[in-house]
Design a protein around this ligand. Structure first.
Ligand SMILES: NC(=O)c1ccc[n+]([C@@H]2O[C@H](COP(=O)([O-])OP(=O)(O)OC[C@H]3O[C@@H](n4cnc5c(N)ncnc54)[C@H](OP(=O)(O)O)[C@@H]3O)[C@@H](O)[C@H]2O)c1
Length: 383
């Protein structure tokens, strides 16, 4: 039975990875920041959300062992013998925890995303079994590049970054590459934006679209008069507020369901190349989603606001700034027309006889926004 140290088990992707590892012949050491009792309750909730955990009873205390660790501290803040014992015990170290706040400053996100990676690498370096390091990164380490196909081995900071989060994840990948130069093995996996249409659970993991969905749901329940009262503007004659959004016509974004991404991660981690070095793989949907499809999904929740994409600088009105602020990091991504090389995942899927997932359409994206369990949006479907 393999033993895997996994960070981020209480999060949106991490709980799905944990559920899948538990379906295999694995023991998992969950590295968490909470005290163990609270962490156990949170992991159980997160597993209930992810589904597909083990069939009999709770795994916590059985094949899931909780270790409270401080990602920001040297040797994860663990006592010497605890750290050394853990390092020697694990066959692999999977690092999924991160600060995913798109609006946070660089120092805040780096404390977790850069320093946390450094300390997880320390754990993997100390292990007698020379564990492979599986690092969950993001396709957005591509930074400011707009029109291109990003290669999997490409790691280039010269285009700048749209958010401090991206920059911190880029810095983390640099650390992983430097670590592996010492004859060690790392697999870097870069998911794109992850969503789900599964019901959310109270106090369970959330995803970026569910946050947007919650905000759109509130806006929908307040009605168009709210915008007039708050911003002193009236809708056009047809009752619709037209708001300009900065972007480019024809822009795309890559969105994948967390279920698909989890399958992809499990598929890609099976290819365990014994050669030292870093292997990097995009965990992306094979079809990029046009921004127009995405905007249509948002509009179906709030039909009296019509986004109009405009190129160049927008001297935004307060109403337009408000609408843009509903989507975390939203103002930055309307310019992208880039895709991601994913040949290795195509090959692995062909090997496993998996057919490509359908392109994401408006009804699916509406469901990711209007998720049951998201208070207020879940009532909209029937409104
Ligand atoms: N979701 C996406 O769309 C997406 C897309 C591309 C890549 N990714 C990457 O996928 C990974 C997982 O993302 P996610 O969506 O699952 O994020 P998430 O839901 O925000 O979960 C983040 C996880 O990291 C943990 N964490 C955060 N700060 C920590 C700290 N200081 N010490 C210990 N643990 C800490 C959280 O613990 P608590 O629960 O205690 O806060 C949680 O378990 C990240 O590496 C992210 O960069 C995500």
């Amino acid at each position: 039975m393999r033993t895997i140290a996994l960070s981020g088990t209480t999060g949106f992707l991490g709980c799905h990875l944990l559920a899948r590892l538990l379906q295999q012949d694995c023991c998992v050491v969950a590295l968490v920041r909470d005290a163990p009792a609270r962490a156990a309750a949170r992991i159980e909730r997160a597993l209930a959300f992810a589904g597909g955990g083990p069939e009999n009873g709770s795994p916590v205390g059985g094949r899931v062992r909780i270790v409270q660790a401080d990602l920001g501290a040297a040797r994860l803040g663990l006592f010497g013998e605890v750290f050394d014992g853990l390092a020697d015990e694990v066959d692999e170290v999977w690092h999924c925890a991160a600060s995913t706040h798109l609006e946070a400053d660089l120092a805040t996100v780096s404390a977790v995303n850069v320093e946390g990676t450094r300390h997880m690498l320390e754990l993997a370096a100390a292990g007698r079994r020379r564990p492979r390091f599986v690092h969950i990164s993001t396709a957005y380490v591509a930074g400011g590049r707009t029109d291109c196909t990003v290669a999997e081995d490409d790691l280039d900071g010269s285009f700048g970054f749209m958010t401090p989060y991206e920059e911190s994840k880029y810095q983390a990948e640099l650390l992983v590459r430097a670590w592996a130069r010492d004859g060690r093995r790392a697999l870097v996996l870069r998911p794109s934006t992850l969503v789900t249409d599964k019901p959310l659970l109270p106090r369970g993991p959330r995803h970026p679209h569910s946050v947007l969905g919650l905000r759109l749901g509130r806006l929908a329940s307040w009605g168009p008069d709210f915008l007039t009262r708050r911003f002193g503007v009236r809708p056009d004659g047809d009752g619709v507020f037209r708001v300009r959004l900065p972007g480019r016509p024809g822009s795309t974004t890559n969105i994948a369901s967390v279920e698909y991404a989890t399958d992809a991660v499990m598929r890609l981690t099976r290819d365990d190349d014994p050669a030292p070095g870093v292997v990097t793989r995009h965990v992306t949907h094979p079809v990029d989603t046009p921004a127009s499809v995405w905007l249509e999904a948002m509009r179906s929740l709030v039909p009296w606001v019509e986004p109009v994409v405009v190129e160049g600088d927008v001297d935004a009105t307060t109403l337009e700034s408000f609408i843009v602020s509903l989507q975390p990091g939203g103002r930055r991504y309307g310019h992208l027309r880039r895709s991601y090389e994913r040949g290795a995942l195509d090959t692995a899927e062909a090997r496993d006889g998996v057919s490509a997932p359908a392109a994401l359409d408006v009804p699916y994206l509406v469901r990711t926004l209007n998720v049951p369990g998201n208070r207020r949006t879940s009532t909209l479907a029937s409104a």
